[in-house]
Design a protein around this ligand. Structure first.
Ligand SMILES: *[C@@H]1O[C@H](CO)[C@@H](O)[C@H](O)[C@H]1NC(C)=O
Ligand SMILES: *[C@@H]1O[C@H](CO)[C@@H](O)[C@H](O)[C@H]1NC(C)=O
Ligand SMILES: *[C@@H]1O[C@H](CO)[C@@H](O)[C@H](O)[C@H]1NC(C)=O
Ligand SMILES: *[C@@H]1O[C@H](CO)[C@@H](O)[C@H](O)[C@H]1NC(C)=O
Ligand SMILES: *[C@@H]1O[C@H](CO)[C@@H](O)[C@H](O)[C@H]1NC(C)=O
Ligand SMILES: *[C@@H]1O[C@H](CO)[C@@H](O)[C@H](O)[C@H]1NC(C)=O
Ligand SMILES: *[C@@H]1O[C@H](CO)[C@@H](O)[C@H](O)[C@H]1NC(C)=O
Length: 301
């Protein structure tokens, strides 16, 4: 083993030892509830380890709690006594996505993904550079990740009610995608007790861990109703169901029928009656026509 590698090896060992010691002592110390921070998927999260800046911190280890709390992995940090970069010990997942600011003991994490959600701890050391003391309680930071749902699409399909009741039976579908955490479809302006859900689906994208939600309901109504659906804080455009439009078309058709066809029918009847009367008088013998007939007959001879 070369001297350089040995040095690195012992360095790794001492760091691991420190971390084990830290873990042992940390469990005996009750820390308050974690500070919650939120980051939008793909954006940057800033972890700020609380510290009184009038004391200088000689080391900082930011670690992530994994395996349901049974172990921790090193994310990033610094050690003012060591020349080598602490990032050497970072998980490859975080290696070049994190950056520590030694001045305000903060860490920036870029390109946040859903799998980064979880509990992180700040091990802040102070005192002698060679043999520092860890500050207690160990501050904990909980990272929550959010992703915006797309503007939901809303679709309607309305039919006359089968039972002969007035109004319509509408099938409404609402769908939105790309959101986190999982959420549910909500229908604004509809009477909840009249909604019947016929299809309800949530599916998770395996790589991005975001959700697509899709719901189809049936709703009966007998007067125009404006409806929109919402998933989380994304709201669909508003559409109108059960419009009176098709009803007024019927009314217009009836009025047109009354205004056009009924007078026409009456006219036809009138003409027929007139004609009938004329025909009857013809049969009985029109005196004028009879004269013409006689004159014609006379000229023939
Ligand atoms: C952090 O969020 C959890 C719920 O996710 C809540 O119970 C807790 O009180 C929050 N902590 C703080 C400090 O607000
Ligand atoms: C992070 O490191 C990986 C592998 O070393 C590299 O492929 C990637 O481009 C790096 N990303 C950034 C943002 O530097
Ligand atoms: C570190 O944080 C301090 C205080 O917030 C800020 O003034 C400084 O610019 C930061 N340094 C870097 C390299 O971001
Ligand atoms: C919702 O519908 C039920 C059943 O028809 C009715 O009793 C109730 O008054 C309606 N609520 C609203 C707010 O319209
Ligand atoms: C629809 O599914 C989601 C997720 O599975 C669930 O949270 C919600 O309660 C369901 N809604 C209905 C009305 O069943
Ligand atoms: C939502 O569900 C309905 C009914 O199963 C389906 O017709 C529609 O294509 C789905 N939409 C999306 C975006 O998955
Ligand atoms: C529905 O929305 C339209 C257009 O915004 C509006 O003119 C109408 O009054 C609304 N109808 C109801 C019942 O709220």
């Amino acid at each position: 083993m070369s001297l350089k590698r040995l040095g690195l090896y012992t360095h790794r060992c001492s760091l691991a030892l420190v971390m084990i010691l830290v873990l042992v002592t940390a469990t005996t110390d009750v820390s308050g509830p974690p500070v919650n921070i939120t980051a939008v998927l793909g954006h940057t999260a800033t972890f700020k380890c609380p510290w009184d800046s009038s004391f200088s911190a000689t080391r900082l280890y930011i670690q992530r709690v994994v395996n349901g709390g049974s172990s921790e992995i090193f994310i990033n940090g610094f050690d003012s006594n060591k020349k080598s970069e602490m990032q050497l010990y970072s998980s490859p997942k975080y290696l070049n996505r994190t950056k520590v600011n030694r001045t305000d003991l903060s860490m920036e994490m870029t390109d946040v993904s859903v799998s980064d959600e979880g509990l992180y701890k700040c091990y802040i050391f102070y005192g002698k550079v060679e043999n520092p003391t860890v500050s207690k309680p160990i501050p904990e930071i909980y990272l929550k990740v959010t992703a915006k749902y797309s503007v939901p699409t809303i679709e309607k399909e309305c039919t006359e009610r089968k039972s002969g009741d007035a109004g319509k039976s509408c099938q409404l579908s609402c769908s939105s995608t790309g959101g986190y955490p999982q959420s549910a479809v909500k229908w604004a302006e509809l009477n909840l007790s009249l909604i019947s859900v016929i299809h309800n689906e949530s599916s998770e994208d395996l790589s991005s861990k975001t959700w697509t939600v899709n719901q189809t309901i049936t709703y009966n109504c007998d007067h125009p109703t404006n409806v929109s659906c919402a998933v989380d804080d994304a709201v669909s455009p508003t559409i109108t169901i059960c419009e009176t439009e098709s009803f007024s078309v019927k009314v217009i058709a009836a009025i047109v029928f009354v205004l056009v066809f009924v007078p026409l029918l009456l006219l036809v009847l009138l003409v027929m009656k007139h004609c009938y009367q004329r025909c009857r008088t013809e049969d009985q013998g029109d005196p004028e026509n009879a004269d013409v007939a006689l004159a014609l007959r006379a000229s023939e001879t």
